[in-house]
Design a protein around this ligand. Structure first.
Ligand code: AHR
Length: 338
């Protein structure tokens, strides 16, 4: 019966297709079309209450992390967004508590920079049940259901590790002993920067990683680990690959205190591109840094606003990075924003 009805010409349609009706129709369409085409944006514009967003940050382990926090806080105040900030001090359980707290407070969206890759499903399921979109920034996670987060905005850490390896391979003419200072165990940048670096040196069998340990992305830990490695391996070490600049700067101090010259006797390459790394390159101590952009505030809130308006977002937005070396550090240091 339904099918018959729908196949029959609709009387109202036939009788209303008069010039007068068409005029009204086009006027109505002219008024409605912009709203229909930009429904989420229009809904966002129509929102009277400012957004409230919770940001669950890893901690303050590095200069990069501080720059990211400032970018996300600064952009919130530019956009009139109320930001609830939580510093997890490097502990996943604190981040999970913070996310649960944001859910309980009924925030409009959550920005999460996850300390490690795994263990997020239960809390993200709670956020989904509460219809609170979660935008991941800077680090990815492993979940069986991708709909548990709205989108991820991050660098390609594997590519960063590969760029560092390729640069080092050229610098050492494919031959030398390397010690690796890894980031926080279980964190996406630690896992992927290791993977990318190993892939990058695979074509140079003369390059060997003779030791690899975590320095937890911290300057002081990087220094301590490097001191121990220097005691054990001494002049065997020709290069240091650090997963971030802070650990490299700590390692540089350890190398100097051991009586060797970082930047010449020991080549040092790291990742992040923070101001301290540029200063160290200008001083001739750090050889190279691969940039990892922490200024994610604008992209994060663009994503938050779209997600809150019900727009579907890409699974991942990759932030582009590039290599900076000693020879050009002086020319670029003035334009660094972090
Ligand atoms: O997730 C990005 C990494 O985390 C940065 O390289 C490092 O400095 C930070 O702590």
């Amino acid at each position: 019966m339904n099918r018959m009805k729908s196949n029959a010409p609709h009387p109202t349609v036939r009788t209303t297709l008069t010039p007068g009706f068409l005029g009204t129709l086009s006027l109505t369409l002219a008024l409605l079309l912009p709203l229909m085409l930009t429904a989420p944006a229009a809904r966002a514009a129509a929102r009277t209450k400012p957004l409230t967003v919770g940001f669950a940050q890893v901690g303050a382990e590095s200069a990069w992390r501080t720059a990211e926090t400032e970018s996300i806080k600064g952009e919130a105040s530019k956009r009139g967004i109320t930001l609830k900030f939580s510093d997890a001090q490097g502990k996943q359980e604190n981040q999970i508590k913070a996310v649960r707290g944001f859910i309980a407070q009924g925030v409009d969206a959550i920005i999460l920079a996850p300390v490690v890759e795994t263990g997020w499903e239960p809390v993200l399921r709670d956020a989904k049940r509460a219809r609170i979109p979660v935008v991941l920034v800077d680090r990815g996670i492993k979940v069986s259901d991708d709909s548990l987060f709205a989108t991820l905005i991050a660098s390609d850490f594997i590519a960063e590790g590969r760029m560092a390896a390729e640069w080092l391979s050229r610098k050492l003419n494919g031959k030398g002993n390397i010690v690796e200072l890894q980031g926080t165990p279980g964190a996406a940048p630690a896992i992927d920067r290791k993977k990318g670096f190993e892939a990058g040196i695979a074509s140079a069998p003369g390059l060997k990683i003779i030791a690899s340990q975590s320095g937890d992305f911290r300057r002081a830990t990087g220094k301590e680990v490097m001191e121990a490695l220097l005691k054990k391996h001494g002049t065997e070490i020709q290069a240091v690959y650090a997963h971030n600049d802070d650990m490299a700067i700590g390692a540089i101090q350890a190398i100097e205190e051991s009586g060797r010259k970082p930047g010449s006797e020991v080549v040092v390459v790291s990742i992040d591109g923070v101001r301290g790394a540029f200063e160290s390159m200008v001083a001739g101590k750090l050889n190279c840094t691969v940039e990892c952009n922490p200024l994610l505030g604008p992209l994060a809130y663009d994503a938050v606003e779209k997600a809150v308006a019900g727009e579907k977002l890409p699974r991942k937005t990759v932030v582009p990075d590039r290599v900076y070396e000693q020879s050009t550090a002086r020319a670029s240091i003035g334009s660094r924003q972090y």
